[in-house]
Design a protein around this ligand. Structure first.
Ligand code: BES
Ligand code: MN
Ligand code: MN
Length: 466
């Protein structure tokens, strides 16, 4: 029996008020994966999802990993129908809420407030990624109510470690290839072009993240008694950090750009038509002037050029008032964003060599790695993509644009490498959602139309043959 898409869309809409309540319940669980103090809450988040998914006819489990649980759920789809199996990926963990004092309402007590696009929900994880995970779960709920289940076989893999390095993801996928077998993956963890224009992301940057600690004297020293006669770890580290860039913003690490592939002409032409507004992009960050690699727009600098950024630095006396001291050590967190065809291992080695060559005599440099992920390009032509485009056009009245993003989602690379699947990156975030920042929000119109989109995408994919 064919269920009409219209009835599923109508049901998705009718469910919206309850869907907001369900999202609030999800957001109340502080699933901060990086901080061990929240481990029990992360587990509670996984179990909450399992309950939701069982309610709508899925076989669902919170499966053990060496870290936080992986939620996996499967549905066979309608009997006797040969349609592609869709693998949905999202993450239920969130970033830490700090700095707490900058939140206008408590991060784990979601509130709905009004903004220029109507009501929005404010909480840690609202858009990254709990609200987006709920867009496809709500679509699946509507399909369950109208047709007893989705129109094609569906698997969900919901990760609890995305915001803290995805350490268990690849081992888990390697160990459960059969369980995760599918024909196409859908990932909702990216953004739209703007509130009325959907987007499909085709490029993600990779990431190499390290912490480097420079260790000098055996203990902190009086800066009068020793100053001038020995190297100062903070001074030396500052030089090391400064040496990472040329004054114009180009990265100065030897060999860094060697394998960077220029943007394909076709993508270049597509992006040119987007009319990316550099001034508005800067204004959203409270700035009037850009910076960085000469000859590239802000859009190109963030979507298709590599970077090296200092993310945090510590050392010495940072309390009130003056203290005359030479610290015995200083450290810096550095992240490099990578683009095709940069190799994370190579960049790690180049960065390490660059830093080691600048260590003062007799000092030690300790480097801790926080993960290495390759840059990603997904297929920008496929029957799946065409079907998704068609479905999005039905919901928004206008087709999706193809975009890149400066962010990284390690799972997309793992899904490509281990499961051999291309991902459709269909996200519903907006540029001003304050991802990872205080007062993170998700527009309810994005939540509602995102859910409608997934309902329609499932319908469109179910017409294809695997
Ligand atoms: N969902 C984000 C990435 C993102 C945000 C893509 C906005 C597109 C638009 C993801 O959760 C994230 O924050 N990724 C991290 C990488 C991870 C290894 C910590 C990132 O990009 O810093
Ligand atoms: Mn995310
Ligand atoms: Mn994130």
């Amino acid at each position: 029996m064919q269920t009409s898409l219209d009835s599923v869309l109508a049901r998705t809409d009718a469910n919206h008020p309850e869907a907001v309540e369900r999202l609030k319940a999800f957001l109340r669980i502080p699933t901060v994966s990086t901080d061990p103090a929240f481990a029990a809450d992360v587990r509670r988040g996984a179990e909450w999802l399992v309950t939701q998914l069982r309610e709508i006819g899925f076989e669902a489990n919170a499966m053990a990993t060496l870290g936080h649980p992986m939620v996996v759920a499967t549905h066979p789809g309608p009997k006797g129908v040969t349609a592609p199996r869709v693998l949905f990926y999202g993450h239920y963990d969130v970033q830490p809420a700090d700095p707490l004092e900058l939140w206008e309402s408590p991060p784990f007590e979601p509130v709905v407030v009004n903004g220029p696009h109507g009501p929005r929900i404010v909480a840690r994880g609202a858009v990254d990624d709990k609200g987006q995970v709920m867009t496809f779960i709500e679509a699946l709920r509507a399909w369950h109510a109208c047709a007893g289940g989705p129109p094609c076989p569906v698997t969900l893999m919901l990760e609890g470690e995305e915001e803290s390095g995805s350490a268990s993801l690849e081992p888990f996928m390697e160990a459960h290839r059969d369980l995760l077998k599918a024909d196409v993956a859908i990932v909702s963890d990216t953004g739209m072009w703007d509130v009325d224009h959907p987007a499909i992301t085709t490029m993600l940057r990779g990431l190499v993240y390290v912490e480097a600690t420079l260790i000098g004297p055996s203990h902190d020293l009086h800066s009068g008694l020793y100053g001038g006669a020995i190297a100062n770890p903070i001074n030396a580290l500052a030089r090391m950090v400064a040496s990472l860039h040329h004054p114009d913003g180009r990265v100065a690490i030897e060999g860094f750009y060697d394998t960077v592939r220029p943007l394909p002409e076709k993508t270049k032409a597509q992006w040119a038509k987007l009319n990316f507004d550099d001034a508005a992009f800067l204004a959203a960050a409270g700035l009037q002037h850009g910076f960085g690699e000469p000859g590239y727009s802000a859009m190109e600098q963030t979507w298709c050029r590599p970077t090296c950024d200092c993310n945090g630095i510590k050392g010495g006396y940072i309390g009130e008032g003056a203290k005359t001291v030479i610290a015995s050590r200083a450290s810096v967190k550095i992240s490099c964003r990578l683009v095709a065809d940069m190799d994370p291992e190579k960049v790690y080695k180049q960065l390490e060599a660059h830093l080691r060559a600048r260590v003062p005599a007799g000092f030690k440099l300790e480097i801790t790695s926080f993960g290495r992920n390759p840059p990603i390009r997904v297929a920008d032509e496929s029957p799946y993509l065409t079907a998704a485009e068609h479905a999005l056009t039905g919901v928004y009245g206008v087709g999706p644009v193809r975009i890149g993003t400066g962010g990284s989602i390690p799972a997309v690379g793992s899904i490509q490498r281990i499961l051999g699947l291309e991902s459709l990156l269909v996200g519903f975030g907006l540029d001003d959602d304050r991802v990872h920042s205080p007062n993170e929000k998700f527009e309810l119109t994005c939540f509602r139309r995102g859910s409608l989109s997934h309902a329609a995408i499932l319908h469109a994919l179910a017409q294809l043959r695997p």
